[in-house]
Design a binder for this molecule. Sequence first.
Ligand code: BJW
Length: 230
Amino acid sequence: MEKIVILTGAGISAESGLGTFRDEGGLWAQHRIEDVATPEGFARDPALVHAFYNARRVQAAKAEPNAAHTALARLQRHWPGEVVLVTQNVDSLHEAGGARNVLHMHGTLAGALCAACGHRWAAPPEMTVGQPCPACAAPTGRPDVVWFGEMPYHMDSIYDHLAEAGIFAAIGTSGQVYPAAAFVHEAAMAGARTVELNLDPSSGASSFDQVILGPATETVPAWVDQLLAG
Ligand code: BJW
């Protein structure tokens, strides 16, 4: 049975109350990317960056998975082949909705990372500047997320899955950030059928075989029903 590879973005968590980045009033309308989502911004003002991620960690902890998250978990349980979930999101709503083996290519709010030795540990609800690393004691704890200019996680595994995909879906992502924006091309080259599910057409919509527009809580359960009905 065909392998399904699904890429999700901030739009899938929007109806759980978590803000997207590039929609009107989104996170990038309120914060400068250079200040809060680059290693240079963290080096300049770590307190500002910790405050940004502490607030999002608190908000994400209160959020509940929605019908789109649970529908993808249902697809993972019932599809006779493999369903690989790759998310750009740093929340844990896929897991809370019952999904397994989620590849968090941009890291997670739940993790802390030592910028000096690379050790990882569970982030406290509030991270502070100079937090010592439990492994090497350097005062260089940072959120375990991937900023611009850094290499996303799990890339070898993701490219291997894309090369074997029979179906590729991108859900709730604007297609403006690489390398995720190019996954549709990788999957198409492997012969996959490609589908975008988004509120509005993304900047890469013309690269997909099919585009399904609407809120994820409506389109994703319907798409999953259709796949499982064969
Ligand atoms: C709904 C909805 C509803 C709303 N229902 N839908 C030129 C060309 C190519 C690349 C580059 C370039 N110049 C620079 C680069 C590289 C750079 C990049 O892409 N820059 C672009 C700005 C051009 N990329 C990087 O630096 C990456 N690293 C890298 O490339 O390493 C080298 C490499 C080389 C080769 C292979 C592999 C690697 C790292 C990128 C890191 C991004 N980090 C962030 C922050 C993470 C931590 C955090 O959360 O704070 O990741 S930025 C931010 O954007 C976050 C997101 O994951 C990411 C994508 O955003 P997403 O999810 O698409 O959200 P939005 O808001 O953009 O879109 C939401 C969508 O949902 C919209 O379309 C809505 O319509 C929709 N929607 N409600 C359904 N209810």
